[in-house]
Design a protein around this ligand. Sequence first.
Ligand code: PXP
Length: 245
Amino acid sequence: MSSKPIFLGINIDHVATLRQARGTSYPRPVDAVTMVEQAGADSITVHLREDRRHIQDFDLAEIKAVMRTHMNLECAVTDEMLAIAVSTAPSDCCLVPENREELTTEGGLDVAGQIDRVRDAVQHLSASGIRVSLFIDPDPAQLDAAVAVGASVVELHTGRYADTSGDEQAGELRRVVKAAQYGDDLGLVINAGHGLNYNNVAEIAAIARIVELNIGHSIISRALFDGLPAAVGEMKRLMTQARGE
Ligand code: PXP
């Protein structure tokens, strides 16, 4: 077991998913910020997708105004998103690939296949004082490319590890371990995330070279059930009180 600390970045996108599903004003991601920070979050991650399916532009300013930790803004490498990142000024910006049809971010950013484009984006964000992270597959060629474009941080995509089982999962875990080692030796800060949940996080968290994990869906899902008894009880109380009982 490693004695190095490991940090938890909480992705609160899916609070907004619930709001957008009904077009209501609640639940608001900003209302989750202080709660998750007080519970131990070391950073707050939000993904402003091009289709605005969950987080909206106004959420960014609201979240930034109340948060005490640091913001990790995930976005695609487009002119629109880079301009929003610069004006939002998060401490970190994680560049991700984006495909409108996908349910979630399905693979890592192909940095090696678009060196010039990613280098320009890294320079543009870095010039505004934003630390840039690249969300990449645990692949040495992508780690080399991350160094070549001047990124200081990478987030290793753990989706394949999370989606597999048995020998296949053991192989994926080895890929993540090796990538973390390789990237750390190159001088990159190594984060990881995607698909991590209460059953599969321990093996990834045990990799000493990893600094921070970004986790969203499983935590928001779990919170739903942890909060359900209190939510039902309060509604029943209000109804009963209205009848003067
Ligand atoms: N890291 C990145 C770069 C992501 O795009 C996402 C999903 O938005 C996550 C981490 C969190 O993944 P999950 O919701 O599966 O925990």
